[in-house]
Design a protein around this ligand. Structure first.
Ligand SMILES: [Zn+2]
Length: 162
């Protein structure tokens, strides 16, 4: 057992018909309190990336794989994106065990982040009209997030693995 509490207070999740959710947060070292965020939902492996667009509005990219739900692989990828974009990482799991496993792996794969006790306010809400699930933005995604699309190491793209 670790000392971290991962369970989200049930009064927050119950209105959504969910009794138990376990969250793990990592923030980039020297995090200025805002910026992009990556989230992964386990075990569904739904990956979301929220960036601030050039108009100052959040842009949400969502990838919901129908197959290839390999948690380890998707978490590794989420960590790669978080490192490349200095993004917060947030993993939402069904169980405390899954959350601890994710936290252990993410600690290893996020050399420039630290685990955070509480969800910071970087989880921009999904706006109505945000890009639909599995929308393929291919090579544009890193540029949307303010990085060079040719040199960004995360090669952020959505719509694959479906
Ligand atoms: Zn990138």
């Amino acid at each position: 057992m670790s000392d971290w509490t991962t369970r989200v207070l049930p009064e927050y999740t119950r209105p959504y018909g969910v009794e138990e959710v376990h969250d793990v947060w990592f923030v980039p070292n020297g995090w200025p309190g805002k910026g992009p965020a990556v989230s992964l939902i386990v075990p569904e492996c739904e990956l979301q990336f929220v960036a601030i667009g050039s108009d100052g509005e959040p842009v949400t990219l969502i990838n919901s794989p129908q197959v290839n739900k390999n948690v380890r692989r998707w978490l590794r990828y989420a960590c790669k994106i978080a490192t490349a974009h200095r993004a917060c990482l947030f993993v939402a799991c069904d169980t405390a065990d899954e959350a601890e496993r994710a936290a252990k792996r993410a600690t290893k794969w996020l050399p420039n982040h630290q685990r955070s006790a509480l969800g910071p306010s970087c989880s921009a809400r999904t706006r109505p009209g945000a890009l639909p699930p599995t929308y393929s933005v291919s090579s544009r995604a890193c540029a949307l997030a303010g990085a060079s699309r040719s040199t960004c190491p995360c090669r952020l793209r959505f719509g694959f693995g479906n």
